[in-house]
Write a protein that binds this ligand. Structure first.
Ligand code: F6P
Length: 358
């Protein structure tokens, strides 16, 4: 009998269900002798032994369903060693559940923080295999995470819609895109949506450069300008602050998010109205796009192969179109940033897109 525990942790995204379906289908192709323990709401379910016994039927018909059938929650890695409100040692509790159920392997679907905890559990002796989920695409070791392309689709749709209204008005439009500390979604949606200015956390901006780009467009008769701004975008001035100073600045910031700060900076410098659109969590919602359905199914099958071969302690990923396994110890704690000197950024600049830096 093969006993598998499965959980989805951190912010949800499209194709989580598709990925779990891939794992389960891949395993059932090997054996019918499987017990699947679906832990509810991420690591919480593992900590408090809250699970459902699932069968292949539970994973049928969920390829196109967004969200996660297991539910999810954020359990910060930095608090993993801090006892919960009732004094429970979280790590010991997770290990206890794992051993009590006599699991052969724990399958974890998650992003950065989730991978740090997965690696901790591996170090504590549990058999763990992970899958890279996040719209942010910031997981080190894989070219692509599932959820990313679906989020790009939604952010692009937003910019497309803004385009049609923008053509009617002489305004500056800012679309604030998710992505946490990295600019992958913004970069791709910005290019796909034909944004005129793209601001990324990896390329600090100068408000004067943005204003110049807007005025240059106005001079050539372009009545509107669209900015795709990453939620983590940062000005050159703020980039010089220490982490602590910047955190303090954010805490005191009168704006709800960076888009509003950029809007004020533009308004001070340009004689054009500014409007802001924040698609927010819609970017994580809805059905996975076909690319993500394929990616997550492949990664699920690759994870099943690892589990079947008893190869534990890996994250499955995709490199140059092929599924690969990367040691969890290498993945945990590393972020994959947009390289400001990468070809994609240089090519975007060649087409006239300003990144607000030069
Ligand atoms: O990591 C995915 C993500 O959507 C980020 O892009 C965003 O910064 C964050 O999660 C939002 O988190 P929450 O859903 O907890 O508000």
């Amino acid at each position: 009998m093969l006993r598998i525990g499965m959980l989805t942790s951190g912010g949800d995204c499209q194709a989580l269900n598709a990925a779990m379906r891939g794992v389960v289908k891949g395993l059932y192709a090997k054996t019918e002798e499987i017990e699947i323990y679906g832990f509810k709401e991420g690591y919480k379910g593992l900590m408090y032994s809250d699970f459902d016994m699932l069968t292949s039927r539970d994973f049928s018909g969920i390829l196109t369903v967004g969200g996660t059938i297991l539910g999810t929650s954020r359990q910060p890695f930095k608090l993993m060693r801090t006892p919960d409100a009732n004094g429970v040692n979280k790590v010991e509790a997770m290990k206890h559940t794992y051993h009590k159920l006599n699991l052969d392997c724990l399958v974890v679907l998650g992003g950065n923080g989730t991978h740090k905890t997965a690696n901790l559990l591996r170090e504590e002796g549990l058999n763990v295999v992970t899958l890279p989920k996040t719209i942010d695409n910031d997981l080190w070791g894989t070219d692509m995470t599932f959820g990313f392309q679906s989020a790009v689709d939604i952010a692009t749709d937003t910019i497309d819609c803004i385009h049609t209204t923008a053509t009617s008005h002489s305004r500056v439009f800012i679309v604030e895109v998710m992505g946490h500390k990295v600019g992958w979604v913004t970069l791709h949606a910005g290019i796909a949506g034909g944004a005129d200015i793209i601001l990324l956390p990896e390329i600090p901006y100068d408000p004067d450069v943005i204003a110049k780009a807007i005025k240059r467009r106005a001079k050539t008769g372009k009545r509107f300008t669209i900015l795709a701004v990453a939620e983590g975008a940062i000005s050159k001035k703020d980039a010089k602050l220490s982490k602590k100073e910047y955190k303090e600045k954010l805490e005191k910031r009168k704006y709800p998010s960076i888009a509003y700060e950029v809007a004020e900076q533009i308004q001070k410098r340009c004689d054009q109205e500014v409007r802001i659109t924040v698609p927010g969590h819609t970017q994580r919602g809805g059905t996975p796009c076909p690319y993500d359905r394929v990616l997550s199914t492949r990664l699920g099958a690759a994870a099943a192969e690892l589990i079947w071969n008893k190869e534990y302690g890996y994250m499955v990923g995709i490199k140059n179109g092929e599924t690969v396994k990367i040691p969890l110890g290498e993945v945990a704690g590393k972020l994959k940033f947009v390289d400001p000197d990468s070809k994609i950024v240089r090519e975007a600049k060649m087409t006239g897109i300003s990144f607000g830096d030069e």
